[in-house]
Design a protein around this ligand. Structure first.
Ligand code: HEC
Ligand code: HEC
Length: 351
């Protein structure tokens, strides 16, 4: 035994080195040429990036003085701090969603770009944190991934911000994530996933499959289910709600978002009639989204510091078509009801 003990620091060092060395090697994908002037392809990409996969809800500064935080017009894709959207990081961690306009991406090949958003690998080969939900986009179809690329290429170029929420940046510095501990070699680098793109999106007549496809890309399940300590949806408890977030408050320019005080918990959106949305109809479900578009939210009274606010990007999802929202409803209906009452908002709690 003592021999093993004596060797164990060495064993640990070897293990750590192995981890460090075993960054997953995910080769660049083959991406069929993405034309730069294909209007329907760009429009499909816009729909996916703004209204379904909501890339633009993270990669654009949002004004959280409005309910649900409206993305700033004219600044789509400029880049924004999302570090405080998700509660599990201490505030000193800066999670920065980079600029996605040609200013930042013009040198990237289509293959590098696709590998970033479906597999989680940056251009220089470093791994992205899962605050960038590439696991969701791994479910895209081949052509929908191309559509998103076409849309990003067509965005008007916007300069990098010259300040981060932590203050002014040295001239020329591009804002990026800042991690206070060396997670990169040991955790981050084993996270990227190979691409599993499907050949094509399900046919629209198959509403349940279409709903599953869209809800996966939109990340509904992750927010609306209870989570394990390792940030996995608790099996068998899908849609039961209860995922906790710090309540977003209005913040300074660029931060867009300041944590709490206040904790919000996602509602149960399973078909339980008492604690979920089982008494809703398909029409009510669709209307709930359509009634929460930008114009409607702009009309609402601005929430005060002790009022409820939300991380659900309503105005973005409101742009989904009625057919697509109906398909998500049909998909939700295939899951068992969950009896799970949620205390949705505690104004004085801190997360
Ligand atoms: C929930 C917030 C969120 C959403 C939604 C999101 N991203 Fe990101 N994205 C991020 C963050 C945060 C990073 C930086 C991750 C890091 O540095 O580890 C990032 C990084 C990236 C990068 C790498 C940029 C670089 O300079 O390395 C690309 C490309 C990207 N995202 C594209 C997309 C696309 C396309 C979509 C939609 C299909 C999308 N993102 C949706 C938060 C998000
Ligand atoms: C970032 C986390 C997040 C994501 C992603 C998200 N939601 Fe939500 N959702 C919430 C929160 C928090 C609330 C409660 C506060 C509110 O009304 O916004 C909510 C509220 C709802 C409600 C209202 C339920 C009720 O009882 O009033 C429905 C329906 C809903 N979400 C469906 C969805 C669907 C469908 C998707 C995917 C298209 C989705 N959500 C994505 C966080 C999220």
């Amino acid at each position: 035994m003592s021999a093993v003990n004596a060797r164990s620091p060495v064993a640990i060092a070897v293990l750590l080195l192995c981890f460090a060395a075993c960054q997953k090697n995910i080769p660049l994908p083959e991406v069929r040429a993405v034309p730069r002037d294909d209007a329907p392809l760009i429009e499909r990409g816009r729909y996916l990036a703004e209204n379904v996969g909501v890339c633009m809800s993270c990669h654009t500064p949002r004004d959280f003085s409005f309910f649900s935080g409206l993305p700033l017009r004219e600044r789509y894709g400029e880049g924004a701090d999302v570090g405080m959207v998700f509660g599990y990081w201490p505030p000193r961690v800066v999670m920065w969603a980079p600029n996605l306009t040609p200013t930042h991406l013009s040198e990237w090949s289509d293959a590098e770009l696709q590998r970033a958003f479906v597999s989680g690998i940056g251009r220089d080969g470093h791994s992205l944190m899962l605050a960038m939900p590439y696991d969701q986009y791994n479910a895209l179809s081949v052509d929908d991934a191309r559509a998103i690329i076409a849309y990003l290429r067509a965005l008007p170029p916007l300069p990098h911000p010259t300040a981060s929420p932590q203050g002014a940046l040295p001239p020329g510095e591009v804002p990026a994530r800042k991690l206070p501990f060396p997670v990169e070699p040991f955790i981050v680098n084993i996270m990227p996933i190979e691409a599993h793109l499907v050949e094509r999106a399900p046919p629209s007549e198959d509403t349940v499959a279409t709903g599953k496809y869209l809800a996966t890309i939109a990340g509904c399940l992750w927010c609306h289910s209870p989570m394990t300590k390792f940030d996995q949806v608790v099996k068998g408890k899908e849609w039961a709600g209860g995922h906790e977030f710090p309540k977003p408050n209005a913040g300074v320019e660029l931060t867009s978002l300041v944590r709490g005080p206040g904790v919000i918990r996602t509602p149960n959106i399973s078909m339980d009639p008492r604690t979920g949305i089982g008494t809703w109809s398909r029409e009510v479900f669709i209307a709930r989204f359509k009634g929460a578009d930008r114009a409607a939210i702009e009309q609402l009274a601005k929430p005060g510091p002790r009022d409820m606010n939300t991380v659900m990007p309503w105005a973005a999802y409101a742009g989904m078509t009625e057919a697509d929202l109906g398909a998500i409803w049909d998909y939700l209906k295939t899951f068992p009801a969950q009896d799970n009452a949620i205390n949705r908002f505690e104004p004085d709690a801190q997360k």
